[in-house]
Design a protein around this ligand. Sequence first.
Ligand SMILES: Nc1ncnc2c1ncn2[C@@H]1O[C@H](COP(=O)(O)OP(=O)(O)OP(=O)(O)O)[C@@H](O)[C@H]1O
Ligand SMILES: [Mg+2]
Length: 238
Amino acid sequence: MSTEMLEVSGLTAGYAGPAVLQDVSLDVNAGELVGLLGANNAGKSTLINCVSGLIAPRAGRIRFLGEDITRLKPDQIVARGIVQVPEGRQVFPRMSVLDNLLLGGTLPAARADRVRRLEQVYALFPRMQERSAQYAGTLSGGEQQMLAIGRAMMAGPKLLMLDEPSLGLSPLFVQSIFRALRGLNAEGLTMLLVEQNLTLTLSCATRGVVLERGQVAIAGDAAALAADPRTRQAYLGL
Ligand SMILES: Nc1ncnc2c1ncn2[C@@H]1O[C@H](COP(=O)(O)OP(=O)(O)OP(=O)(O)O)[C@@H](O)[C@H]1O
Ligand SMILES: [Mg+2]
């Protein structure tokens, strides 16, 4: 029996104008890697930004480890263990790799573990140790993605949410990023992975959810989704 970690129910949210997300429900159990898939503008980022507290939903409820977090502020949500790797990486270009990493571990709860966590990040991405003194802005896109993931890991996440980590990266970097994510999940880290790369995501996810124009079009076991022709149809918005 798996334990429910994140429970999103009946979520409706958007910006000015009509709602972008309509009555979206999704669960992530402890230890899972859930892929959140969908075409451009499907509402993937909007959904995880609601979970992070960056967008206030119009209706619905978000629970994490049994607690209602729907109306909490972003810093309160991070403090509970939900950490997001944002779309487009958003590292601080004029700061060193090391300083970017240390910034991820500044919360009181994370501070005591900074040295140990830094060692873990360097073990996960040896390249970050090689480049630790370098300005983050001088890293390649793939290295910046490693840094963004490393920074999130410094906060000691219970649930790691990643927004399109493969976007714009060369195939080699995509492979090493996904290898790292698989490794973290195998060690027990729970993840919600937003991706456009359907095949790669379903190859490492336990379950998948496909959003189509702000609604859940199809959801289920990753292997079943990969085999179901409706997945590709929904994904392409057909
Ligand atoms: N800050 C914003 N203000 C107004 N509308 C927005 C904003 N951000 C996103 N939207 C709109 O909400 C809808 C869903 O966008 P969202 O970014 O959630 O999609 P997505 O699935 O993450 O797409 P992508 O794969 O391109 O990142 C789109 O129609 C988009 O134009
Ligand atoms: Mg997005």
